[in-house]
Design a binder for this molecule. Structure first.
Ligand SMILES: [Cu+2]
Length: 395
């Protein structure tokens, strides 16, 4: 049996048997990370928490554990020592059917979920649908409930296709708003799966991610006073159908809109649900299962727009975000273009992911604490290496 090491160095390496978890394998992984980290001018500390992957074949779950984590009481995510992004090699071939995250103390007892500021699962060997950045497989914040693909009578019908040895980057940001310190805590990510023996096979679907800011780089932007709109335009790499969408906006966000520019048609528009104080409580998600998806095609241009009404009369630094996360059914899974590690966009995405731990799409389900965006400021000032034809921004 041969297993690929998590490949970040621009090539896939074949190693002898290492079950995804053995020590020599992980040393190889770490050295690859260190090399890549230097290339990307990012820091990959040698010490710190390590990651372990186990396959619970009884419950059909891959369990990824990051430990030990040291979380002093009242630690903000600036003062808490953040675990560097960790690469894991998936132990099996099949379909991922969802994900969930939990934090437990050294004895294995659950501790408050608010400790998880955000978690990103990133697949560096696959590109995104609308850009060449690393594919975002999943994202969770403290308030994100377990994500599960639809099933019919317990039988999975769709899933995210994976192969034994595929790399997943686990990027977690932690803090501890509680009054208790936790030493030796662990972050546990569960990935329920369907095996190759599942029959009929689940249909392969991919998550996709769109943002009103350029794909690689910081995704918060300064919010001007009054009415404002910001857009990004792009084309999908392959044709297929959007099965479901969800959105992310910050305070004073009033709409998120996805348009087919070529056809001159609004495909989806949503407004946040707010409480009596005007704060965003949630952003409605929408699924297109019933009509077998919303077709999109590479010869059309699509535009995502975030609309804000900022009544404060002042500009708010890093006050706004506009992102869409969705589920996509490609017409032909095999036609998905290979990752292009030489693309400037890809390289910048890796750099930003390692520099900040904010590969982004932080918490699609909810709102950020505004103070949390301050650490993204430095990234905004750096222009992203994007071809102008792919971006369109309305100030
Ligand atoms: Cu945000």
């Amino acid at each position: 049996m041969k297993v690929r090491t998590p490949a970040l160095s621009g090539r896939r390496e074949e190693l002898g048997i290492f079950g995804g978890v053995s020590a020599p394998g992980w040393r190889a992984v770490l050295s690859v990370l260190v090399v890549w980290g230097r290339l990307a001018m990012a820091q990959v500390p040698e010490a710190g928490p390590t990651v372990q992957v186990t396959n619970d074949s009884i419950h059909r779950e891959i369990i990824v554990e990051l430990s030990p984590l040291s979380l002093p009481a009242h630690a903000s995510h600036h003062s808490a020592k953040q675990p560097p992004p960790r690469a894991v090699a998936l132990p099996l071939t099949g379909w991922i059917e969802g994900y969930s995250a939990e934090v437990v103390d050294s004895a294995g007892h659950p501790i408050p979920r608010e400790i998880l500021h955000h978690l990103n699962l990133i697949v560096p060997e696959r590109r995104e649908l609308f850009s060449t950045i690393m594919q975002r497989m999943g994202a969770a914040g403290a308030e994100t409930p377990p994500v599960a693909m639809p099933a019919v009578f317990g039988h999975p019908v769709v899933g995210y296709p994976v192969h034994r040895g595929d790399t997943v980057l686990v990027v977690a940001m932690l803090h501890n708003p509680t009054a208790r310190s936790y030493e030796g805590a662990r972050l546990r990510v569960r990935l329920p799966y369907a095996t190759e023996r599942t029959w009929p096979h689940p249909v392969s679907i991919f998550p996709f991610y769109l943002d009103v800011m350029p794909p690689a780089g910081g995704h918060a932007y300064p919010l001007p006073p009054g009415h404002s709109e910001r857009s990004w335009e792009g084309r999908p790499a392959v044709p297929g159908r959007i099965l479901a969408v969800g959105g992310h906006l910050h305070e004073y966000g009033v709409a998120l809109r996805l348009e087919d520019v070529t056809a001159g048609r609004v495909l989806w528009q949503t407004a946040p649900v707010t409480n009596a104080a005007g704060e965003i409580v949630s952003i409605p998600t929408h699924s297109f299962w019933w009509r077998l998806g919303l077709p999109i095609r590479p010869d059309h241009t699509y535009r995502l727009t975030a609309v804000y009404d900022n009544p404060t009369g002042k500009a708010i630094p890093d006050g706004a975000m506009g992102a869409l996360g969705g589920v996509f059914l490609p017409d032909n899974v095999a036609a998905w273009p290979a990752v292009d590690r030489t693309s400037a966009e890809y390289q910048r995405d890796v750099q930003v992911t390692y520099e900040t731990g904010m590969g982004d799409m932080n918490d699609m389900q909810g709102m950020h604490d505004m103070s949390d965006m301050s650490d993204m400021r430095s990234m905004h000032d750096m222009p992203g290496p994007l071809s102008p034809s792919r971006t369109a921004q309305t100030p």
